[in-house]
Design a protein around this ligand. Sequence first.
Ligand SMILES: *[C@@H]1O[C@H](CO)[C@@H](O)[C@H](O)[C@H]1NC(C)=O
Ligand SMILES: *[C@@H]1O[C@H](CO)[C@@H](O)[C@H](O)[C@H]1NC(C)=O
Ligand SMILES: *[C@@H]1O[C@H](CO)[C@@H](O)[C@H](O)[C@H]1NC(C)=O
Ligand SMILES: *[C@@H]1O[C@H](CO)[C@@H](O)[C@H](O)[C@H]1NC(C)=O
Ligand SMILES: *[C@@H]1O[C@H](CO)[C@@H](O)[C@H](O)[C@H]1NC(C)=O
Ligand SMILES: *[C@@H]1O[C@H](CO)[C@@H](O)[C@H](O)[C@H]1NC(C)=O
Ligand SMILES: *[C@@H]1O[C@H](CO)[C@@H](O)[C@H](O)[C@H]1NC(C)=O
Ligand SMILES: *[C@@H]1O[C@H](CO)[C@@H](O)[C@H](O)[C@H]1NC(C)=O
Ligand SMILES: [Cu+2]
Length: 506
Amino acid sequence: MYKYSWYSGLFLPLLLVSQLSTVYGQTGAKCTVPISVRKEIRTLSPVELQSTKDTISKMHDAGWFDWFAYVHTYYSDPIHGYPQFFPWHRYFLREYELAGQQYDPSFAAHYWDSSIDGANPNLSDIFTDSYWGGNGSGSDMCISSGFEKGWIKNIIITSCLTRNFSPSGKIGAWITSDVLSSSLTKAKKYSDLQNSVENKIHASVHNNVGGDMATMASPSDSLFFLHHSFMDYLWSKWQQSSSGNLMSFDGTDIDGNIVSVSNQLSAYNIPVSDVMVLGYGKMCYSYDTQLTLAKRDIKSKNSTSVPNFGRTPSNRDSDIQTLRSMISDPQEIQKITQVPTMSLVALLNNTILDEFFPGITSGEVSSETIHMPDVVTTKAVDYATQYLENSSDQVNTTVVPVASTSITDSLLATVNDNCLNCTDTGTGSDASSQRRLRSGKFNRELRTADAPETPDSLKLPIPARLPDSYLKMMNINIDEYNNSYNEDVKLINILNQVGYISPYIQ
Ligand SMILES: *[C@@H]1O[C@H](CO)[C@@H](O)[C@H](O)[C@H]1NC(C)=O
Ligand SMILES: *[C@@H]1O[C@H](CO)[C@@H](O)[C@H](O)[C@H]1NC(C)=O
Ligand SMILES: *[C@@H]1O[C@H](CO)[C@@H](O)[C@H](O)[C@H]1NC(C)=O
Ligand SMILES: *[C@@H]1O[C@H](CO)[C@@H](O)[C@H](O)[C@H]1NC(C)=O
Ligand SMILES: *[C@@H]1O[C@H](CO)[C@@H](O)[C@H](O)[C@H]1NC(C)=O
Ligand SMILES: *[C@@H]1O[C@H](CO)[C@@H](O)[C@H](O)[C@H]1NC(C)=O
Ligand SMILES: *[C@@H]1O[C@H](CO)[C@@H](O)[C@H](O)[C@H]1NC(C)=O
Ligand SMILES: *[C@@H]1O[C@H](CO)[C@@H](O)[C@H](O)[C@H]1NC(C)=O
Ligand SMILES: [Cu+2]
């Protein structure tokens, strides 16, 4: 604590610090305080969104983001590029959440699922004024729109908060949900997950938003917490996907020592084991894992009602502020499940599936691991609609119900009654047997041989390689980065080659 006490004296209301310490006094037991439910930021009602932004503004005025930026910078080395990455940021995020709850007890560290926006982040609603504002402007790159406009940061020096979308004038693509799914599904142990998530989507978002987000002072921008809440969500999702994953923690720390869950977190001096399980000890929060954006009625002028967020074709030209490119209406998503080239399982052969999505063909993986959010892009639905109109005469598809709990199984599956080589009798009633049944019913080899490449306008983009300077700052091992980056590039190229149309194209 002494290392940064000079800083707390400068910037922190000391009362709040002591209140936080009290909250953190408890350990281990099942939470008795209310569980904070973290949601995808775009599923909040306008009232919830506004109060979240109001609380964040108050936290900014009280100096909290300077404090968080300071702590993150001070301890930057041991917590990036090493196993502490996930547990340290989990604790850090919980501190942010509890600090916010001093202003509003219902405050939660909501997340931004950036993988939905990966194909063209430039179109993301997050960068509109309704959400977190856009790029910096002018030569000083100060954030000039949204509620963070005019924010000043006091970390080492006093200056405006900046963003600098990169590379090259337009915010660059990162991986989409289907490609991210491969990383999660492939991760056999904690260190696999940490390397692929930290080095790829985590780093790309930081780097491509640019400005302060691309530095160790990134917590100066509250977007940091939305981004890291999503990283934490991915970790917890992976932890829950198999019993062996829950307490999985391996690798070597900054001193070259093999880690274990009894290691202490830098700065906080509590063991890693204390943050492993959500709902216990100090980790009194959970994720609203059902990412369903169809909760809003955007036409309602009643700001207290819960509005429908999804942009359906009928309201697409509406001038009411709405999501620019997302659809969550299950009936629209249903169309995508009827297009063979929009299903990973139907399109990829077993060799490729086993390499990039191990466990799917054998039905071993839980859909918890497969990150396919319950929302698709407008562009993907437009494509599916046209496809179904074109092929209504030839294709006899059976509707795959889009489950209300998760659309993952529906997106993976494709039913086609023109069964040319059924290998599974589909007698099992479990989800994996049904999945095998569906994929068996669809003649993948025939489709793969026949399918033309994905048209250029619908291809998944290859994310830019991160600059070496950024990798170095984040302690990212270049060999590991090259390996995981090349894996993603290989998968994206295969998907484009076999004619895959992603539900997340933009
Ligand atoms: C990307 O975003 C910038 C800033 O909002 C905008 O000027 C530009 O037209 C966008 N480009 C595309 C391709 O949408
Ligand atoms: C973002 O702002 C920077 C600095 O003002 C500028 O160089 C870049 O072209 C901008 N990018 C977009 C997409 O507006
Ligand atoms: C707004 O919606 C709420 C909940 O549906 C309702 O109770 C209230 O009467 C509505 N207010 C107005 C002004 O329509
Ligand atoms: C599986 O698909 C990949 C990528 O299209 C292809 O290179 C490979 O030859 C296929 N393997 C088999 C056994 O069909
Ligand atoms: C539908 O058919 C039209 C006309 O042949 C063609 O241009 C278009 O690409 C087709 N779209 C799909 C999704 O198959
Ligand atoms: C399409 O499916 C329906 C319902 O299963 C079936 O009755 C019909 O014969 C099928 N048509 C063709 C052309 O296979
Ligand atoms: C169909 O299934 C049989 C039995 O599994 C297999 O031997 C054969 O190669 C398959 N044919 C095609 C075209 O996939
Ligand atoms: C990593 O990949 C880049 C780009 O392909 C290459 O220039 C660099 O030499 C590689 N580094 C290592 C350590 O393999
Ligand atoms: Cu960090």
